[in-house]
Design a protein. Structure first.
Length: 105
């Protein structure tokens, strides 16, 4: 079935799980570059899985605000940054700022 059939004229179709997973990985990679710290591959993979699950659980909100980078960055800071900062053993505020700079929100 065509995924576009379920959307309105100006709405985008929901992303596939593969698209979500790739996007989460890219966003975290860019945030790490701006943090300037080394994150071991196993922790990076765990963070990508965590981020993917959070996005999948909140997909309607994320799809609705797809063009609002500030709202999405705020959502990330509230819902995801704490757990990833703990996993990576970095300061949550620094991580949130690095993500926001990388994400553009």
């Amino acid at each position: 079935m065509n995924r576009r059939a379920w959307t309105g004229k100006h709405e985008r179709p929901l992303p596939s799980p593969r698209q979500i997973r790739r996007t989460c990985g890219k966003e975290l990679y860019r945030a790490v570059k701006r943090l300037g710290v080394y994150i071991p591959p196993d922790r990076m993979k765990a963070a990508e899985e965590l981020y993917f699950r959070k996005v999948a659980l909140h997909l309607p909100y994320i799809a609705e605000n797809g063009s609002n980078r500030k709202a999405l960055a705020d959502w990330w800071e509230e819902n995801v940054s704490g757990e990833i900062a703990e996993l990576w053993e970095v300061d949550r505020r620094r991580l949130a700022d690095a993500f926001r700079r990388a994400f553009g929100g």
